[in-house]
Design a protein around this ligand. Structure first.
Ligand code: NIG
Ligand code: FE
Length: 411
């Protein structure tokens, strides 16, 4: 009995129980338990139900009694970030908004390569501290699981430094960090050789160390005209798959093409999709690859949003992630971005909540979180309101009062 906790009363508990991974969702499908409680045992949720009933059933549990109105939702899952980086790209942002082209910004020393230079300049410890700081900001906004990509190292040693820094950052944040190797972000300017030769070097020299040191079980690639073509990337991703890595792809951001590679290779997710046409939408919707919308990149670049409505209506699985990075998506506010996507794409509250919880967890291959139901990790967030709709309505301004991770109050 000793390590059970009973938390409540909660004005509205959104369990997200019974909601499927794929397809459109109506708000009528949302399970809302009013005047609820959550029983936590160790790291997991033991039971949810009515506060009064749980209070009688769990007399010995440690009571965490709440005063006031609260809405509880699952701890949020951000399945696509680049929060391990050095420096800033404020100059890019200002130049872009002043009408400068991609090329002009690159010629002024901007773009991904600028962040590579600024990231390489940091020590492993400095990078770990920067990553933990960003993760803890995210945690305070309710994000309890955060995918973190490398991809600003772009040499065997520098990619390893980033991934080791992400591992090190785990000790300085209660959030779960899920590292992903994005050595295939672009061919680095200082690599003398073809894109294929660069990818071969990464596969031959980096993949074995990722396995040996358990640095990452996931491989990502940027499939785009400015990065790698489908033909260049396919053998690289096939090698990763054969070794047992999960795959994810930066796909269809500016030109369509990457999502077909992702689906073909059975990637866990295809992310971005701003340039996906009906052909790609159909392909994704039929597959088990989760489509990940990144509204932060649309907002940061002033580009189109991912066709989220179409993906859901065709029966696809849609997750929403922040893409928090210093270049295209500097805001890093998942709830604000998801709420803005909802207004442009006409997504129901249930679709948005699913997209930033259990559907995002599925994009990471995790089925142990993202719902407040018995047996899942006790990751949940309490907002100071009596109406769940306020969370998205306030577009990121309503911050959580309490964040629970693995059965512990962490914020
Ligand atoms: O997901 N699209 C490629 N990569 C990042 C941007 C990285 C950067 O600009 O630093 C993205 O938007
Ligand atoms: Fe990204």
């Amino acid at each position: 009995m000793g390590n059970k906790k009973l938390i409540g009363p909660i004005t509205q508990l959104l369990t997200l129980d019974q909601l499927p991974i794929k397809g459109a969702l109506k708000d009528e499908q949302l399970e809302i338990v009013e005047q609820a409680g959550i029983v936590v045992e160790g790291e997991k949720i033991l039971k949810t139900g009515l506060w009064t009933a749980l209070k009688t059933e769990f007399l010995q549990a440690e009571l965490v009694e709440l005063k006031g109105d609260f809405v509880a939702i699952p701890g949020l899952v951000d399945c696509h970030t680049h929060i391990c980086f050095g420096g800033s790209r404020a100059r890019d942002f200002a130049m872009r908004n002043a009408g400068k082209s991609y090329l002009e910004i690159a010629q002024a020393g901007g773009g991904i390569w600028d962040t590579v230079t600024q990231t390489r300049a940091l020590s492993l410890d400095e990078l770990a501290a920067a990553t933990a700081k960003n993760a803890n900001r995210h945690l305070s906004e309710g994000v309890t699981t955060i995918e973190v990509k490398s991809g600003y190292g772009l040499s065997v040693e520098e990619e390893l430094k980033m991934l080791r820094a992400i591992q090190k950052a785990k000790a300085s944040t209660p959030a779960d960090l899920v590292p992903t190797c994005l050595a295939a972000h672009m061919k680095p300017r200082d690599f003398e050789g073809s894109p294929t030769e660069y990818l071969e070097r990464m596969a031959n020299q980096l993949f074995p160390v990722l396995e040996e040191e358990k640095l990452s079980g996931r491989i990502d690639a940027f499939v785009e005209k400015s990065a790698f073509s489908p033909e260049e990337i396919t053998p690289y991703l096939e090698k990763a798959k054969a070794l047992g890595f999960d795959l994810t792809v930066h796909a269809d951001q500016f030109t369509a093409g990457g999502s077909a590679v992702a689906v073909e290779l059975g990637a866990k997710s295809a992310d971005h999709l701003e340039a996906s046409t009906d052909t790609e939408v159909k392909l994704l919707a039929k597959s088990d690859t989760i489509a990940v919308a990144l509204p932060g990149a649309s907002i940061g670049l002033g580009c189109a949003f991912t066709p989220a409505r179409k993906i859901l209506d065709q029966g696809g699985a849609l997750a929403i992630a922040s893409d928090w990075n210093p270049g295209s998506a500097p805001m890093g506010d998942l709830i604000a971005q998801a709420s803005i996507l909802a207004t442009f794409e006409k997504l129901s509250t249930t679709e948005v909540l699913a997209g930033i919880s259990f559907r995002a967890a599925a994009a990471l291959g995790l089925d142990d979180r993202g719902k407040i139901t018995s047996g899942k990790l006790a990751d949940f967030v309490l907002f100071p309101t009596s109406d769940y709709r306020e969370i998205l309505y306030q577009q990121g301004k309503l911050k959580p009062t309490m964040v629970w991770k693995n059965g512990k109050k962490v914020g």
